[in-house]
Design a protein around this ligand. Structure first.
Ligand code: SIN
Length: 553
């Protein structure tokens, strides 16, 4: 595999320097930047416009044990239960214990969460034993959080924010230490080097790998792919979360229908009008993977519907204004009619491996939010823990950088330190490929190719997997990846990154011969009782490796 996404030379680049470089502008990136700018000069680079990531689309809310009847210990238990044996205890402890103070800080920054009788209004979602989900403007929680963080970041003195910067690659010195990033400026089409003492990846997820997703167009796994090319291990890539309920009307995008709708009482009905979750533990609020698979099975017999009527007509429009309005635009009044729903790729549990302080295995490289994997979500993320994850681990990374600056100090990198390790661009990628018909290669271009990849992933590396389909998908992805040489344009660069992360998911899914959380194998339906392991993938390694789960205590 090539070290860099596209061929490039240092001499052609504009060079910038900063102390802390944050890549991404969702909750994880902006919160990290806001905390870091109290100590350092910070630059934030983002692929498109500042709020275009996943954060702004979050509906249900942000979980935190803030109620007097709740506690971090209960939140810890619920997170472990949903995580199906693969959670890292230290990371979960950090999440639930730091969580409340980070959310309170967000409130102090200006985030206006919904209140009832002066107190925070808390809702319930799947697998939560308590009402602990804060929400804003009913179902527009992400929008409120992003609004708050963007406003703070734009007025913060120590933050430079730049849009339209596509992360091409992480830059390293000859010791493999990360010293910055190479970006494509979408306004000038020029390459830019950003040298930095510490680099924080907060580039989000990869939902665009699937033809049905709740994720926006920017979620193409760029940060995970760049970290992988640089040699950082990826962990638990087989664990993709499929949200059970997205809008399923032909011609409409798979718009998220928040789990909070079921939390407030809505039922799932099959095409015969039967409430098919009724006899399953947890009913409509069973863990997400359980509900998604149950819906998937029902969809083989006919449509599946969400019945909002148990919530009460007046309450629906008030509690879920965005969902109510969006469905109305697609011709359905959810207060009167059943809403057709189906699962959609929603969240990546895997990602760049980090410890509970956000450190990756590469010196100076940190990762938080959806692109990172510290084991906090295990095999299946508990609803509304993702926004909290961004805050908690963003905050911890800054504490870590501050600490390290005090104890060891950081060295200012220079362009002469950049290692241009020998690459393979001179080789003719197409001529290397055996067994791929020329017309198939010619066809694999641009948006058509992306769609083909998305459909392949959905069919064979989706909610239900098995050996033959995974092998078929992997073979095709490997072939496409080998001959597809991206040009310096976003659609090509994204496609190459999608091929990289898609390949990792298929490989890890093939290697995990059991079913657990978001990973379900028809040919291995059972969950192993012993030897709990994370999958590990490192560039250049032939096989998927494993590391033991640290243990729950
Ligand atoms: C939802 O509102 O159902 C999504 C929340 C989440 O993904 O945690």
């Amino acid at each position: 595999m090539q070290r860099f996404l596209v061929p490039w030379e240092i001499e052609e680049c504009q060079v910038h320097a900063t102390e802390v470089l944050v890549l991404g502008s969702g909750i994880a990136g902006l919160y990290t930047a806001l905390k870091a700018c109290e100590h350092f000069e910070v630059t934030v680079l983002t692929k498109k416009g500042i709020p275009e990531g996943n954060t702004i689309h979050a509906q249900g809310g942000i979980a935190a044990a803030l109620d007097e009847e709740d506690s971090p210990a209960l939140h810890y238990e619920d997170t472990l239960y949903a995580g199906a044996g693969l959670c890292e205890a230290e990371s979960v402890r950090a999440l639930v214990e730091d969580g409340p103070k980070r959310v309170e800080e967000l409130i102090l920054m200006g985030a206006r969460f919904d209140r009832k009788d002066g107190k925070l209004a808390l809702t319930k979602e799947a697998a939560h034993s308590r009402r602990r989900i804060l929400h804003a403007n009913g179902d527009a929680t992400g929008e409120e959080i992003e609004r708050t963080l963007v406003a703070q970041a734009l007025k913060a003195k120590g933050i430079i924010l730049k849009e339209q910067r596509f992360l091409l690659d992480l830059l390293q010195n000859s010791k493999g230490e990360v010293i910055g990033a190479l970006n494509l400026n979408g306004q000038t089409q020029e390459l830019e080097i950003y040298l930095a003492e510490a680099v924080v990846l907060a580039t989000g997820g990869l939902g665009q790998l699937y033809c049905y997703t709740t994720n926006p167009a920017v979620a193409t796994g760029d940060g995970m792919a760049a970290a992988y090319r640089a040699g950082a291990p990826l962990m638990d890539m087989e664990f993709v979360q499929f949200h059970p309920t997205a809008l399923a009307i032909s011609g409409a995008p798979r718009f998220l229908i928040s789990e909070a709708v079921r939390g407030e009482g809505a039922y799932l009905l099959n095409s015969r009008g039967k409430r098919f979750m009724e006899n399953i533990p947890g009913k409509e609020l069973a863990p997400r993977d359980v509900v998604a698979r149950a819906i998937w099975r029902e969809l083989t017999q006919g449509k599946v519907y969400l019945d909002f009527r148990p919530i009460g007509k007046d309450r629906v429009a008030k509690r879920f204004p965005m969902i109510y309005q969006t469905c109305k635009e697609y011709g359905i009044d959810v207060t009167q009619e059943l809403l057709p729903v189906a699962p959609a790729a929603h969240y990546m549990m895997g990602g760049v491996r980090t410890d509970e302080r956000g450190r990756t295995s590469l010196t100076n490289l940190y990762a938080c939010g959806e692109c990172a994997c510290n084991g906090v979500h295990g095999a299946n993320r508990l609803a509304s823990n993702s926004l909290l994850d961004g805050l908690v681990f963003g905050g911890r990374i800054v504490e870590e950088i501050v600490n390290r600056a005090k104890t060891q100090g950081y060295i200012k990198p220079q362009t002469k330190d950049i290692s241009m390790e020998p690459d393979t661009y001179s080789e003719n990628a197409e001529s290397e490929v055996e067994g791929v018909p020329g017309d198939s290669r010619a066809r694999f271009k641009g948006l058509v190719a992306r769609q083909e990849l998305q459909e392949l992933m959905w069919e064979y590396v989706g909610i239900i997997r098995e050996d033959e389909g995974l092998k078929k998908a992997l073979k095709l992805i490997e072939e496409w990846d080998r001959f597809f040489v991206p040009m310096r344009k976003p659609e090509d660069l994204e496609l190459k990154n999608l091929l990289t992360v898609g390949k990792c998911i298929a490989q890890a899914a093939l290697a995990r011969k059991e079913s657990r959380g978001g990973h379900y194998r028809l040919d291995y339906p059972h969950t192993k009782d012993e030897g709990l392991e994370h999958s590990i993938q490192v560039r250049g390694a032939k096989n998927v490796g494993t590391v033991p789960v640290s243990g729950v205590n």
